[in-house]
Design a protein around this ligand. Structure first.
Ligand code: BES
Ligand code: MN
Ligand code: ZN
Length: 503
């Protein structure tokens, strides 16, 4: 990635550690490390590292922490914190990113104002530095913005990334800018997904997304109900009918001067600002979670910002259909037939299968804007959560080489995903007596039939669909991820714009 303006709040220093002028030095520490693994560290803390390792007070198990004050005068730092990383063999960039989140959270709890993180592990210094600042930046997310009684959280520390070998300073600085931007954009997506339905209406979502992306140098256009109608988007309008809030279609364009004619990456995100299920209403239990049903749309908006900021070399278009799914008096009813902008007709069997409807029109519009390669991201099905759980997004699409490229990029970005099948026979489950197809295919393979529905709107272009229903929101706190919105897919989508496409 070519890199534009640098971010002032992050420094980089190439060892020695003694020179880092900070309150706290965080060090990933692996089970097979020796006290002497990091030059001067054990001496700086008066032998506390070797003592803790010998007594097994600290065993370097994953995310275990050990803090000690610096006693040696030639060190400028005041404290050292070891973050356990388990066996070193698994210390790739994904683990370093997570250790940096855990370390960052611990540092903030201790109210450290200046914090250094030693980018060590297996991988190139550039990759490690990027992953480290991504993780530290992710630790800055605060999800309690509506609390009036808690004290405000301490401002995020000034971060310093320490690299221990002599990689060219320039490439480290670029990596740090990249990681910083990707981390910040992930946090912006988390803020959007965390926002409740009563503040983040489709109009507000559109306005905030527009501000987020245009600050990154992206052109944004917001289409209102009338313009959506003129485009013939009967699926988006059909879902919006049940709500008093007007829908919006948010369109992003990254058109760098000198970009090649092809490819154009098309990013499409589900933007349901609240999903009640509509007339096929959801049970009350847990319905509040459906405020994050625009997490895919937020990922697209925030990835576009990163794409602009970091100066991706190719054209990218982003399309986010935004609406509520509500059971109003004019709402779409089971059995109703909607006509998509593409011309295909859909018999709505279940109004709670609304995401695929709005994405159908969104995919069509991305093609109309000239996209040659499509990636959509959506909190689409509970069935995907049943299949893959909470840590892996479902990947669907065609051809396999494009899906595999997206998977590889996602993996490097720290977004776990796994391919799911799309055999033609699944299409039979969407057969309708009266229209071209239905919007649901019954319980078997529910995430697959949802993807089969989307496929109808891809015009045969290379297309990957990411079902993030399980991964967009963390139900349980982990050392590397608090409860709440995760920002999944932002870094994947942004990184894709720097790839040479295999297809
Ligand atoms: N937004 C939901 C999917 C979802 C479920 C996301 C759980 C996150 C957690 C989607 O619109 C939906 O309601 N899907 C239905 C489809 C069904 C009616 C065919 C589902 O998964 O139950
Ligand atoms: Mn739904
Ligand atoms: Zn939904």
């Amino acid at each position: 990635m070519a890199v534009a303006p640098s971010t002032p709040s992050v420094n980089a220093v190439a060892g020695p550690l003694a020179a880092a002028d900070v309150d706290l030095v965080l060090v990933p520490w692996f089970e097979d490390d020796q006290p002497s693994s990091l030059d001067g560290l054990d001496d700086a803390v008066g032998g506390e590292v070797s003592r803790a390792l010998e007594s097994r007070e600290f065993q370097a198990k994953s995310y275990e922490q050990f803090f000690a004050p610096v006693s040696q005068r030639i060190w400028r730092a005041r404290r050292v914190g070891l973050i356990g990383g388990g066996p070193r063999a698994s210390a790739g960039t994904d683990l370093i990113r997570k250790l940096a989140v855990a370390g960052g959270l611990a540092a903030r709890q201790r109210r450290a104002a200046r914090v250094a993180f030693v980018a060590r592990g297996s991988g190139s210094p550039v990759e490690l530095a990027q992953a480290a600042i991504e993780g530290l930046t992710l630790s800055e997310f605060y999800g309690g913005s509506y609390k009036t009684t808690d004290p405000a959280p301490a401002p995020p520390p000034a971060w310093t990334i320490v690299t221990l070998d002599g990689t060219a300073e320039r490439s480290i600085h670029e990596a740090i800018t990249r990681g910083r931007v990707l981390g910040e954009c992930s946090n912006l997506a988390r803020e959007l997904a965390n926002e409740p339905g009563n503040t983040l209406t489709p109009r507000e979502f559109a306005a905030r997304s527009a501000a987020i992306a245009s600050e990154g140098g992206i052109r944004v256009e917001i289409l209102d109900e009338r313009q959506i109608d003129q485009l013939g988007m009967g699926l988006l309008l059909g879902v919006a009918r049940g709500s008093n809030e007007a829908p919006r279609l948010i369109v992003f364009r990254h058109d760098p001067p000198g970009a090649p004619g092809a490819p154009t990456l098309g990013l499409i995100g589900k933007g349901i600002t609240f999903d009640t299920g509509g007339i096929s209403i959801k049970p009350a239990d847990g319905m509040e979670r459906m405020k994050d049903d625009m997490a895919g749309g937020a990922a697209v908006a925030c990835a576009m910002r990163a794409i602009g900021r970091l100066g991706a070399p190719i054209r990218v278009v982003g399309v986010v259909p935004a609406t509520e799914n509500m059971p109003g008096g004019r709402a779409v009813k089971p059995g109703d037939i909607l006509k998509s902008a593409e011309g295909k007709t859909v018999e709505v069997i279940n109004t709670d299968a609304e995401g695929r409807l709005i994405l159908g029109d969104g995919l069509w519009y991305a093609r109309k804007l000239g996209a040659t390669h499509l990636v959509d991201v959506a909190t689409l099905t509970g069935a995907c959560v049943v299949a893959l759980g909470k840590i892996t997004s479902g990947l669907f699409g065609a051809p396999p080489s494009w899906v595999e490229q997206v998977r590889r990029v996602a993996d490097r970005a720290g977004d776990r995903s796994w391919p799911m099948p799309l055999f033609d026979e699944y299409r039979d489950q969407l057969k309708s007596e009266i229209a071209d197809f239905t919007n649901t295919g019954g319980r078997p393979g529910g995430s697959i039939t949802a993807a089969m529905f989307l496929k109808e709107f891809t015009g045969g272009l290379p297309w990957t669909h990411m079902d993030i229903a399980g991964t967009a929101w963390a139900d349980e706190a982990k050392p590397y991820m608090p409860k709440g919105p995760t920002g999944v897919a932002v870094r994947t989508l942004a990184s894709l714009a720097f790839e040479t496409f295999d297809v």
